[in-house]
Design a protein. Sequence first.
Length: 149
Amino acid sequence: MYTGMRISEICNLKMVDIDLENRRISVVGKGNIYRRIPLREDVVYMMKEYVEQEREKSKFADSEYLIVTQRSAKMDRTAMLTWFWRLSAELGFRIYPHKFRHTFCTRLIQLGVPILTVSKLVGHSSPQMTARYYVKIGMNEKLHAIHLL
């Protein structure tokens, strides 16, 4: 939710890609686009907690990947989707990994973050790609624009 990462980027995130001291992660995403994502303090705290407590209990604690499962040294896309499906059933409404990415982009744009910055954060090939998927102009925005004249 606070990184805008794709599911495959999360599954492929390695321990060496994480710099908790400087609060950032390095990601190689779709199209081999490299980016650094700054981390909020609360995300750093949760990651430290996961690594020091949950991950340490795993027989795969020495894995090079951040997220491990009970059966594997690396969380894969199918396992993550299954986990979200089970969580959705438990909660009574549908959630899925890409919804978090979508929310990340939409909220940043709504908060006035420049589209170029959002594009760089999520690893889109261009700001136009970000705008195409996440910039929604409603009637209120159009009405406000007209009243500026």
